[in-house]
Design a binder for this molecule. Sequence first.
Ligand code: AMP
Length: 114
Amino acid sequence: MTLFEKIIARDIPADIVFEDDKALAFKDISPQAPTHILVIPKKPIPRVGEAEPEDEAILGHLLLTAQKVASDLGFNSSDKGFRLVINNGKHGGEAVPHLHVHLLSGRQMQWPPG
Ligand code: AMP
């Protein structure tokens, strides 16, 4: 069982900000911005590189969930904004093998990312 599956199962505590039947959103334990939330599917898809065609609705749901959380926190406006990041594999910087979308906001983001 991965760390994030344990969070879904409430075996490990997390600061959960949103939940529905398909997704969970909780605060990142090591925030890289004033707001840093992880949006994960309840289905244990390891990474976007291993998603299947049947996961299309879940993948779309993750982005719409991130949009909802960003809106609820007041970041979904052109003068504020937010960044969504998905790390995939070693070179992508992935540490937890359960698909997650990072929602970062509350400061000016830089480009390119490191
Ligand atoms: P990634 O490097 O894209 O796999 O991101 C994994 C993220 O999970 C990192 O930003 C970690 O800070 C975060 N993380 C690790 N353990 C926990 C935890 N127990 N609760 C919340 N976030 C965590």
